[in-house]
Design a protein around this ligand. Sequence first.
Ligand SMILES: O=P(O)(O)OC[C@H]1O[C@H](O)[C@H](O)[C@@H](O)[C@@H]1O
Length: 245
Amino acid sequence: MLRLHCYSKQAVFDGKRAIRGGIPFVFPQFGQWAFGPQHGFARVARWHVEKLPERLPSGDVEAVFSLMDDDFTRSMWHFQFRLTYRLILREKELHFNIGVYNPSKELTFSCQLLLHTYFKVPDVRRCQITGMHGCMFIDKTREGTVYQETREVVTINEWTDRIYQNTMQEHIITNVVSGRKMRIQKYNFPDTVIWNPWADYAKEIPDFGDDEFPNMVCVEAGRVAAPIVLLPGTAFEASQILQVM
Ligand SMILES: O=P(O)(O)OC[C@H]1O[C@H](O)[C@H](O)[C@@H](O)[C@@H]1O
């Protein structure tokens, strides 16, 4: 089995803070948040297992998780909500189906949602990422200045922290595990964040090794530039498929 995802050697699995690696689930806030931790509470909350991993007749393995408002979430965000997260594992694919539901009878909420996927790569300088050509992006390394991407493929040779907007439904990343390609397909996720802390910023992240930045890249599908607005009784659905090519 190929290990696609990257976990820092210094990742802390204490159940108190987000794990540095894997696919942190960003909700209801992307980035800094006045009311709670950066990237919201879903990546530090305890999810409920709706369905333990089970092999389906097709051979796929399915598991379902959920998260609802409770005292912990309401201490930061007073809205009622229900998230469902269905994962399906196939031989070379991983499917992520997400639903956000607003069960309230009166209150509308707005939120951001993003899958903060860490890919393990032999050398980030050799990765090319498609699907951003012509897109506008917010460059968080340059005080949020907005630029347009002119390159057919994005390469990474420095500290990179960009929110690309209205990206293509598909991204291909080259030179991932064992030099293979990875396809990301996304539905209802208009934005793609690309992140690598590079050498200087890596030193400032306590749960990330100083020498680990060449071996990771985050390519994060989400809805962050324009928040999701959910009226009472309505739902939002989005999904992502990761496929080893
Ligand atoms: O350190 P974390 O809270 O996990 O955030 C890691 C990174 O996540 C995203 O990619 C953001 O765009 C970055 O600004 C942030 O540094």
